[in-house]
Design a protein around this ligand. Structure first.
Ligand code: AMP
Length: 282
C-alpha cells in the first residue's frame, strides 16, 4: 500500500489515473481503521477504478477540551487493513501540510450544525466542512464515502456539496456494529471492561425506540422519554443528548410525520459515544 504525505504526491497520482479515464473514490477517515471504515473502503472499491483513503486526525474539528492528543493512531495497521480492502493509496498528511502558516479560510454552515453534536461541539462542523472541502479539492474524487454512524456529518456534507455545487456524489453507508450491537468506533478503545458493557445502553435504547416506532408510536417526546429512562438506569452513562430530528434539516420534530433521525450522544465514563438510526431504515 502506497502511503503519501503531501498534496503534490496525491495530485500527481490521481492525475496519472485520470489520464486513462479512471474513476476515483475517496474515503475520508481519522485512521485507527476498523470494520466500519472497511465497509466504506469496500464500497468505494466496488464503485470506482481507484480508491484513496485519507488518514488525518484533523485538529480543526476538535474542541480545546477534547481528545486530539489521545486519539488512537497506527498508520501501519491502517495501511494493512486499507490494502486488504482493495484501496490504492493512503493520504496521511501532517497537520502542517493541510494547514500551512497563515491558513485563514474556512467553510462553515448554519442551521444543520446548530443541533445535536453541533451544540456540544461548537467548532466541530466548521473543522469537518473545511477539511472535507480541502480533501475534495486535493483528490477531486467522483464519489466520497461517509458512514451513517456520523449521521449529522453525513447530512452536513451532503448539504455543503449541494449548497456549494461541488461536483461529486456523496455515498452514505450503513452502521457496522460489534456482535452485541455496539457501533464500531475508534473511540471504543478508550473503554475499560465495565464501560464496554455499559456502552451497550446506546444501541439497546435505540432498539427500544425503534420498537416503539414500529408499534405505531408517533410522539417524539414519548419515544425520547422511554429511551432516556432506559439509559439513566446505567450508572456509568451520562446523557449528552437524545433527540429525534428531521433527517434533512437536523431540526427537532414533535411528531413522526416525515423521515427522521433518532440520534444520541452518551458519555460512558469519560468517553463520548454516538449512535443513531434513520426511521427510513426501520
Ligand atoms: P472517523 O475515522 O471516525 O472520522 O470515521 C471516518 C468515516 O468512517 C466516517 O464517515 C464515519 O461515519 C465512518 N464510520 C465510522 N465508524 C463507522 C461504523 N461503525 N459504521 C459505518 N461507518 C463508520
Amino acid at each position: 500500500m502506497k502511503i503519501v504525505k503531501t498534496v503534490a504526491e496525491v495530485r500527481a497520482q490521481v492525475a496519472e489515473w485520470r489520464k486513462t479515464g479512471m474513476s476515483v473514490g475517496l474515503v475520508p477517515t481519522m485512521g485507527y481503521l476498523h470494520e466500519g471504515h472497511a465497509s466504506l473502503i469496500k464500497a468505494s472499491v466496488r464503485d470506482n477504478d481507484k480508491t484513496v483513503v485519507s488518514v488525518f486526525v484533523n485538529p480543526m474539528q476538535f474542541g480545546p477540551a477534547e481528545d486530539l492528543e489521545s486519539y488512537p493512531r497506527d498508520i501501519n495497521r491502517d495501511s494493512l487493513l486499507a490494502g486488504e480492502c482493495g484501496a490504492d493509496l493512503i493520504f496521511n498528511p501532517e497537520p502542517e501540510e493541510m494547514y500551512h502558516e497563515g491558513f485563514s479560510s474556512f467553510v462553515d454552515m448554519s442551521v444543520l450544525t446548530q443541533e445535536l453534536c453541533g451544540l456540544s461541539r461548537p467548532v466541530h462542523f466548521r473543522g469537518v466542512c473545511t477539511v472535507v472541502t480541502k480533501l475534495f479539492n486535493i483528490v477531486k474524487p467522483d464519489r466520497a464515502y461517509f458512514g451513517k454512524k456520523d449521521a449529522q456529518q453525513l447530512a452536513v456534507v451532503r448539504h455543503m456539496v449541494d449548497d456549494l455545487n461541488m461536483d461529486l456524489t456523496i455515498v452514505g453507508c450503513p452502521i457496522i456494529r460489534e456482535d452485541d450491537g455496539l457501533a464500531k468506533s475508534s473511540r471504543n478503545t478508550y473503554l475499560n471492561a465495565d464501560e464496554r458493557k455499559a456502552a451497550l445502553v446506546l444501541s439497546k435504547a435505540l432498539a427500544l425506540g425503534a420498537d416503539l416506532i414500529r408499534g405505531g408510536e408517533k410522539s417524539c417526546s414519548a419515544i425520547i422519554a422511554k429511551m432516556k429512562e432506559f439509559i439513566e438506569k446505567e450508572p456509568l452513562a451520562r446523557i449528552d443528548y437524545v433527540k429525534i430530528v428531521d433527517c434533512a434539516t437536523m431540526q427537532q420534530i414533535d411528531t413522526l410525520d416525515r423521515p427522521a433521525l433518532a440520534a444520541m450522544a452518551v458519555y460512558i465514563g469519560k468517553t463520548r459515544l454516538i449512535d443513531n438510526f434513520f426511521t427510513e431504515d426501520l
